[in-house]
Write a protein that binds this ligand. Structure first.
Ligand code: ZN
Length: 116
């Protein structure tokens, strides 16, 4: 790790890399959020499509964290949390018919399942 001024911006928003669980691709957080397809409101899970290998996975967007896991049905669906990535500055919030996500000065709206 260097200590040059060129990397000063990353102090405010560290260059978090979010890996795909299926292939060896890693993505910056904005790129990751660009590929969230829908929000499953009942289980507070987002379906994410990997732009590299095309597989999808279920992730939970939490304050300062992206959690990986899977949805299982035991009477009602639950999200089983397996592991996660720390994403300082990630700010998800439920909005009308979408999950609103703020990160690094940008806003994404991941549409609720059934609302599109
Ligand atoms: Zn992948």
């Amino acid at each position: 790790m260097g200590h040059g001024g060129a990397r000063a911006r990353e102090r405010a928003f560290p260059a978090v890399r979010v890996p795909c669980s299926w292939c060896d691709a890693e993505f910056g957080v904005p790129e990751f959020l660009d590929h969230c397809r829908f929000h499953w409101r009942d289980v507070r899970v987002v379906r994410w499509d990997c732009p590299r290998c095309g597989k999808w996975e279920d992730v939970a967007l939490e304050p300062d964290e992206i959690r990986r896991g899977y949805v299982y049905a035991a009477g009602v669906p639950h999200f089983a949390h397996m592991d996660g990535s720390n994403v300082p500055g990630l700010r998800p919030r439920r909005a009308d018919a979408a999950l609103r996500v703020e990160y690094g000065g940008r806003v994404w709206h991941v549409p609720d399942l059934g609302a599109f």
